[in-house]
Design a protein. Structure first.
Length: 74
């Protein structure tokens, strides 16, 4: 996903289109899963932490600076 695409989705989410957040989850879930799974080596704990990560990211999305690398931010 390009920076412009992610910035557009973030702007939509922050503007009230919370359903647009699904595109962020879909676009980054696999990468977040890989990082967490490598650290925890436990599927259930990985699933829980990945879910918590996306919930927390949603709650803190207003802190994301447009134009930055979203993958690094999350």
């Amino acid at each position: 996903m390009s920076k412009q695409e992610i910035d557009s989705i973030v702007a939509r989410v922050l503007g009230g289109d919370v359903d647009a957040y699904e595109a962020i989850v879909s676009g980054y879930q696999q990468e977040v899963w890989k990082v967490v799974a490598a650290m925890l080596l436990n599927a259930q704990r990985t699933e829980d932490l990945v879910e918590q990560t996306f919930i927390k990211a949603f709650q803190q999305l207003h802190h994301y600076k447009l134009g930055r690398d979203f993958g690094v931010w999350i």
